[in-house]
Each structure stands twice: as C-alpha cells, then as structure tokens.
Design a protein around this ligand. Structure first.
Ligand SMILES: CC(C)(COP(=O)(O)OP(=O)(O)OC[C@H]1O[C@@H](n2cnc3c(N)ncnc32)[C@H](O)[C@@H]1OP(=O)(O)O)[C@@H](O)C(=O)NCCC(=O)NCCS
Length: 265
C-alpha cells in the first residue's frame, strides 16, 4: 500500500490532459489498461497482468522523497481524475532520460499521448535540466511513432536491429531523441497550426498574458498593443476565466506551470 504521509509529486496540466502521481486507487484501472492487447504487444508490461502487479508498481512509483529519481505519472483527462495511462522517465544521471508511456484504450485516439509527452518532457528539461530525452518503440508501432513525432522527437527512418528486448526476445526498434530545442520547435509548429496545447487562449490573450507575466499594468499593455485599456481588461477577465484563476498573479503562476509563458530573463 502507498503510505499516506508520502510527499506529493509533480502535477502538470495543459487544460485538457493532466499528469499526476499514481495513487493506490489507480490499481484497478491500471490493471485493466495494462491487460489491453496493444499494451501487451508494444510495451514490456507483465503478461498476464494482475491487480497485484498494478499495486506493486504503484507502491514502488507513488510520490515520495525519491519520486524525482524516476518520475512516474498517471495520465488523466480533465475534468476526470481517472487513471487513463502512464508516463515515466528514467534519468541516466548524465543529462538524459528514457521515456516510457501507454494510454488505456478508453483514452486513445484524441492525441492525448502527445499532450502528455509534451508536459512530461517540458517539465524534465526545466526541472531536471535534462539535455535530451530518448525514445524507442518496437518497429511497427505507428501510433507511438506519430505521437513521438508530434512532440518533436527526431527519429531516423531506419530500424535499429535487435535494439531492445521484450520479455526475453530482442526486437527491431525505431529510436529517437528530443532536445529542448526540438520541443520548443514542435510547440511553435503546434501553435501556428492553432493546435495550441494550452487552455484555448486566443493569440491576443496570449500576448496580454505574456505582458502580465512581465508585471506590466493594463495601461502599458494597452499602449504596447494599440488597444484601449477597457479591451485589455476584457482580455484579462477572459484569461482568468480560461485559466480558472482568481487574480492576475494566480493566472501568471498557472501559465508558468503550464509552460504557456516563461519568466523574463
Ligand atoms: C501509443 C499510444 C500511447 C498513442 O496514443 P494516442 O494519443 O491515443 O494516439 P492517437 O490514437 O492519437 O494516435 C497518434 C497518431 O498516430 C496515428 N495512428 C494511430 N494508429 C496508427 C496506425 N496504425 N498507423 C498509422 N498511424 C496511426 C494517429 O492518426 C495519430 O496521428 P496524428 O498525431 O497525426 O493525429 C497508444 O496507442 C498506446 O497506448 N498504445 C499501446 C502502448 C504503446 O504503444 N506505448 C508506447 C510504447 S513506445
């Protein structure tokens, strides 16, 4: 069982997908998700997968003092808190970390994996100062390949023969790497495609939010953007609503946490 006094781990969200530490109550959903044939086919989950496997995994990986040694999250889709997948990072202690993930069948088909991976990798680059996240999938796992490419992983087209083993058998793999620059570029591309991962902010609201993060007053923002102070107020109201914040500073904190804005350097 997970000890209740364990420290909370890191929670991340883009307004649609959230990552939170796994908890004991996730075990039944995790057991169901890991018995899915696609999970068995493309990952190293034990098979057969029993409730006790999920309980054991959770008790090893739930939030605690050593959580950041091997960050492990449950993927949930808002407003639901149900375990709907998992993401984990295995840092190598030398600036790199290997990425692992799966989604439960009920959460697939909406691009949630890419969102979850962006959150996890973005956090790891800033909080763990990683230089690279490494990825591999058994050759043929097209859904995983597409999700990784969407996040910005650079993946050569050839297979790496017998690269990794699965339950005692070596398999050919696709292999890729993601640097902070790769992630930034992919987020920019996503923004340009109006596929922004944040909570549906308009381009103008994003402009205002970035200026709020710099501590600018409404009047200064209005002058800079060539709009009235009243219009700025309306944008701020809408930003607070979308970020579910009760004040400007709360909105900025929330935007920083979501990676929508960065602190001025
Ligand atoms: C890999 C996985 C996490 C992707 O989940 P997802 O976010 O629901 O992925 P989607 O269904 O949105 O598919 C991702 C992309 O692959 C595409 N895709 C899915 N199946 C595909 C297939 N068989 N052939 C080609 N493309 C495919 C989708 O169209 C989508 O493309 P888009 O990003 O351009 O929209 C999920 O399929 C899964 O859990 N699989 C089993 C476990 C696993 O493979 N884990 C990863 C191990 S490396």
């Amino acid at each position: 069982m997970v000890s209740p006094e364990r420290a909370p781990g890191v929670v991340l969200s883009d307004g649609i997908v959230s990552l939170r530490p796994v908890t004991a109550s996730d075990a039944p959903d995790m057991a169901a998700g890991c018995q899915d044939p696609q999970a068995v086919r493309w990952t190293t989950v034990p098979t057969p997968y029993a409730l006790s496997d999920a309980e054991e995994f959770i008790s090893e990986r739930a939030a605690g003092p050593t959580w950041a040694d091997q960050p492990t999250w449950a993927v949930t889709t808002l407003p639901d808190d149900r375990w709907s997948g998992g993401v984990d990072l295995r840092p190598d202690g030398e600036g790199g970390a290997a990425l692992g993930y799966l989604l439960a069948p009920w959460a697939r088909g909406h691009g949630h994996a890419a969102r979850a991976l962006r959150l996890a990798c973005g956090w790891a680059f800033s909080a763990l100062s990683l230089e690279v996240v490494t990825w591999f999938a058994y050759a043929g796992n097209d859904a995983s390949l597409q999700a990784a490419r969407r996040v910005g992983f650079q993946i050569p087209p050839h297979v790496f023969r017998s690269y990794a083993s699965q339950r005692g058998r070596r398999r050919d793999c696709w292999v890729g790497t993601l640097t902070p620059d790769d992630l930034v570029t992919s987020v920019r591309v996503a923004e340009a495609r109006r596929d922004y991962l944040g909570p549906d902010l308009t381009r103008r609201e994003l402009d205002v939010l970035r200026r709020l993060a710099r501590g600018e007053a409404n009047r200064a923002i209005a002058v800079e953007l060539g709009i009235s102070e009243n219009t700025v107020k309306n944008h701020v109201r809408s930003i607070l609503e979308k970020l579910q914040a009760s004040s400007r500073s709360e909105a900025v904190v929330s935007a920083l946490r979501l990676g929508i804005v960065a602190l001025p350097t």
